[in-house]
Write a protein that binds this ligand. Sequence first.
Ligand code: NAD
Length: 318
Amino acid sequence: MATPVPERGRRMNKSGLKKIGVIGIGTMGNGIAQVAAQNGFEIVITDINDEVLERGVANMGRSLDRLVKAYEKSEGAKGITAQAKDEALARVSTSTDLAALLPCDLIIEAAPEIPELKEGINRKLAEMGYDKIIATNTSGISITRLAAAYGKADLYMGMHFMNPVPMQKGVEIIRGLGTSSETYDTIVNLCHDMGKIEIPAEDKAGFAINRMFVPFVNEAVRVVEEGIAGVEDADKVTLCLGHKMGPLMTADFVGLDVMVFICNVLEEEFGSFYKPTSLLKRLVESGQLGAKSGRGFYVWEKFKPIGINPDVARYRIG
Ligand SMILES: NC(=O)c1ccc[n+]([C@@H]2O[C@H](COP(=O)([O-])OP(=O)(O)OC[C@H]3O[C@@H](n4cnc5c(N)ncnc54)[C@H](O)[C@@H]3O)[C@@H](O)[C@H]2O)c1
């Protein structure tokens, strides 16, 4: 008998999962849901209200449109067909009720980086009787801590996607103290089903990527604060290292509130070397959170940088 050939853009499903729940349709949940839907999974997304959900699904449609345009422009070498876009969107449903996730084979949680919020979600799912794998997209909260709130440590794991999810291949996968080998294997297979590459890391503050990235951003901010180089030049010099984007622009994309949170987690575990720089803290205190709020190190319009934030340009210490 001939081996079935997956249709273009779809892989054979190795994880055995069919229906995936996604909690939070923000920057990350949106991309995670999109990529999973593109790869044939049925998706149920929950968020706090219908307006947020509608906006999120519209953003997902726009992101898929860009892939359709890429397909047409490259004559099929890149992107996806208009039919694949429609099929992906047809696999997505939304709800404001966490109970809508109960039939899912696995849940990916991409709610804000607030430990108590994520713990509350895990506790609620356990109380509702959910007893399958939950993967958290946390950037830095201890997987073991969050697993304790679920009460089923064997079925809990970190799956740290990179931003923007439709473009970035790498996913850090982090076992908590009690994560079972079966759960680990399922998550590895899910990465492959979604066209991603798994990068195993240990459950220590910042895992691997943020342990390296946070000091890199902090140092770039110091270079600006001390007047050694301007924002654009600080970013430009890192392009010489082969990076596609400088640390300050990347931090703006990640969200400066998320950056400060991870700095604090790292500082708590490893000491003052990881302390957030004063400019980073000031920006967050003033509500300038990066691309999502329209201002960070850069001024943003529809997620495109249009100049340097004048507040940053004049900020100096030392
Ligand atoms: N932004 C990044 O670059 C990035 C990268 C990797 C990991 N992460 C992590 O991913 C997670 C999500 O980050 P984000 O940047 O997408 O945040 P975000 O603020 O863009 O999105 C979070 C979403 O969760 C929703 N939400 C809030 N409370 C909820 C609840 N109780 N139930 C369901 N939904 C709820 C919000 O309405 C929002 O839509 C965080 O843990 C963050 O650390 C972020």
